[in-house]
Design a protein around this ligand. Structure first.
Ligand code: ADP
Ligand code: MG
Length: 326
């Protein structure tokens, strides 16, 4: 008994200073045109802060690779020349484009990274949009079938001129997943990483699940619902993020690939799932698909739930959530 007790005392003496300095750490940074937020619990504040920095660095790296705003990004290089011949790309970019194309398949084209063939003519800050002639000319360039990946040759090619791709509907979720992967590999058990409307959490916050708010699409800071989450991701796409209005029409940053114009059936879609790459792509997809088709898709996918706010402000839930809400 005696030696045991001694060890116990020793251990508690060793642990005491560690426990006293362990704390929640949180930092924000402006990357990928949005706010990146990282929050975690770590026994060592110094190590915890270094890990947050590592996550921020990783997200910077992804932005440098995939931003269409940076002329020397790998993605910009693809857009500049892939219509004239195959462009050799990194395995990372190839894999994410491949995932985006797979989402096009399962959403019957609602998710389509070639939306940018028309999307490039919109400027939501200045209220710029394509005129009817530009729209008619550019819409045929929207189709994920125009994008050909050659995995063996590590290259991508566009089968038609005028095609452009943009990973804005999936890259933030991917960045969040990469951030969480860094934290998991370092043994962090409780953390949150978010990039604008894309969030993934591991573990809990204190002894509660994390709580993620779903914003009221028509009332700035208002929250319509709080979602408790552990080891899960949630993404929200809304028509209030980037938009301008003209003659009573809201032009926002999600485009229907069939028309090159913004859909108006819903105001926001939130998807809950196991990782943020999927929830990001699906929130954009379901926004385009609307309530009926969107919920049908979500209900067919494992471990995936949705909350949709339609254009009259009514909330719609996927089957798994509707069961809980009752
Ligand atoms: P954010 O997190 O930027 O609000 P969302 O997940 O709501 O992004 O997706 C919107 C972004 O997705 C747009 O800014 C654009 O880059 C891209 N996008 C728009 N329409 C489509 C579409 N039909 N398919 C794929 N990506 C799209
Ligand atoms: Mg999205």
């Amino acid at each position: 008994m005696k030696p045991r007790k001694k060890i116990g005392v020793l251990l508690s003496l060793l642990l005491l200073p560690l426990m006293a300095s362990a704390e929640w750490l949180r930092e924000e940074a402006a990357i990928m045109g949005t706010v990146i937020n990282v929050e975690l619990w770590h026994e060592s504040p110094e190590r915890g802060r270094a890990l947050i920095q590592a996550v921020m660095n990783e997200i910077h790296r992804i932005d440098d690779l995939m931003s269409t705003y940076k002329p020397d990004s790998e993605l910009s290089r693809v857009n500049a020349t892939a219509a004239t011949g195959p462009v050799i790309i990194s395995n990372e970019l190839l894999t994410l484009i491949g995932e985006a194309l797979a989402f096009s398949d399962i959403t019957q084209g609602a998710f389509d990274i070639t939306y940018a063939s028309v999307g490039q003519y919109y400027d939501y800050r200045s209220g710029g949009k394509p005129d009817s002639h530009q729209l008619a000319m550019a819409v045929p360039a929207i189709s994920y079938h125009h994008v050909r990946l050659d995995r063996a040759g590590s290259s991508v090619r566009f089968l038609q001129s005028g095609v452009r791709i943009d990973l804005g509907g999936i890259a933030k979720g991917y960045a969040v997943d990469r951030g969480i992967a860094i934290l998991l590999a370092a043994g962090v058990r409780d953390a949150l990483v978010s990039a604008g409307g894309d969030t993934r959490v591991i573990g809990r916050r204190w002894d509660h699940p994390w709580n993620i708010g779903i914003r009221d699409p028509r009332n700035g800071e208002g929250i319509v619902s709080m979602i408790p989450l552990e080891d899960a991701a949630i993404s929200t796409s809304g028509d209030y993020e980037r938009f301008f209005e003209e003659d009573g029409v809201r032009y926002h940053h999600i485009l229907n690939p069939e028309t090159g114009q913004s859909p108006h059936e819903v105001r926001s879609t939130s998807i809950i799932g196991s990782n943020a790459t999927d929830t990001d792509a699906l929130s954009t997809s379901v926004f385009v698909m609307g309530v009926d088709k969107g919920l049908k898709l979500v209900n067919s996918l494992p471990d995936t739930e949705a909350i949709i706010i339609d254009n009259r402000g009514r909330m719609h839930y996927s089957d798994g959530l509707a069961r809980i809400a009752q």
